[in-house]
Write a protein that binds this ligand. Sequence first.
Ligand SMILES: Cc1cc2nc3c(=O)[nH]c(=O)nc-3n(C[C@H](O)[C@H](O)[C@H](O)COP(=O)(O)OP(=O)(O)OC[C@H]3O[C@@H](n4cnc5c(N)ncnc54)[C@H](O)[C@@H]3O)c2cc1C
Length: 378
Amino acid sequence: MRVIVVGSGVVGASCAYTASCLGAEVLLADAALPGQATAAGAGIVCPWASSSADDPVWYQFACAAARHYPRLVEELAGLGETDLGYGQVGGLILADSPQRQQEVSQRLLARRAAAPEIGDVTGLTGAEARALFPPLRADGAAVWLGGASRVDGRLLAQSLTRAAAGKGTVITASRAELVCRGGRAAGVLVKGVLIEADVVVAATGAWTTSFLRAAGVAVEVTPQRGQIVHLSVEPADTSRWPVVLPDASGHYLLAFGGSRVVAGATRETGAGFDCRVTPGGLSQVLGHALAVAPGLASATYRETRVGFRPMGPDILPLLGPVPGVDGLVVATGLGPDGLTLGPYAGAIAARAALGEPAGVDLTPVSPLRAARPAALSG
Ligand SMILES: Cc1cc2nc3c(=O)[nH]c(=O)nc-3n(C[C@H](O)[C@H](O)[C@H](O)COP(=O)(O)OP(=O)(O)OC[C@H]3O[C@@H](n4cnc5c(N)ncnc54)[C@H](O)[C@@H]3O)c2cc1C
């Protein structure tokens, strides 16, 4: 079977990799549009503490996605792909009062019965938290969550793409336009040439609405701009520093090897496809970072990345075959959680494209479903 995957962010790269492993003939096309979310994403993989965890459909999907990670990392390591920035470094959820600390611990412990991947849940004093992430303020209590991980989205997508190529996927660095005929996706136009396929997978992130226009279906995906700041705290060894999730603000900190600390991020709905770094964005991100981690005031500024989170009409993915258009699968709408959900969602999209059981009920995430009423996402 011939499959064309459009978009090589984390979702498309995972889809191409899985489809190749399942024996499909795969073409992966990406236009390298500025603002790819995967390349800008922070990389926190910790769905159990998310405000979206109150939505049972999202939570079940996210838990399955988190369980998928260690397996995928091991599989890629078997192919020689070890440079993913992945690490189960644990997480600190900052709590501004002992009562809040207890509430957070209890909520996580209650969830742990069904999700043992959550790992250790322990209350820490400010000094204990600071011993793990030295720039933190010394006065704030925290909850330690042992199962939290982080990944470098850019490296992960590149690894998946290389692994897919190793399994026979053909890569093209080009824009692809969807071509539909007689109620089915016929293929894509690349540089004016029609490339036919049995199935086209739209893993086109925030650009999905325009990509699907040729199919005559209205799938609502809008870009939410995120500005995220990278700092250097040389010569500190940051390779095991945990992710830091301040309780309410939605901002966060994490670290990778090489003394790199990442402070995120703005959530700018309505900014459109505008990839500029703005003084307002920088001030917001650095203001929140320094309020919880004043020790970062003397760090070295490295860069600011900008990406467009693909926001669907609600917090659930848009995933699976498009009803009424044969040969068309959509895999997007992962919003602020796509580095957590993306590898799993891409693998499901590949199975859906090949007509294999998805292993999960796709009805609630169908691309043309009605939006769910409450937007619970952070
Ligand atoms: C600042 C920021 C922080 C984030 N932090 C986290 C986090 O900590 N944890 C987490 O789980 N998630 C996080 N996310 C969310 C996550 O990054 C995204 O949800 C995820 O990367 C989306 O992946 P994607 O493959 O759907 O889209 P993208 O990565 O945007 O990829 C889409 C690709 O499609 C290509 N494309 C589009 N149209 C065409 C076309 N017509 N032809 C060819 N190519 C095309 C584009 O070039 C692009 O490469 C964050 C996002 C941002 C912006």
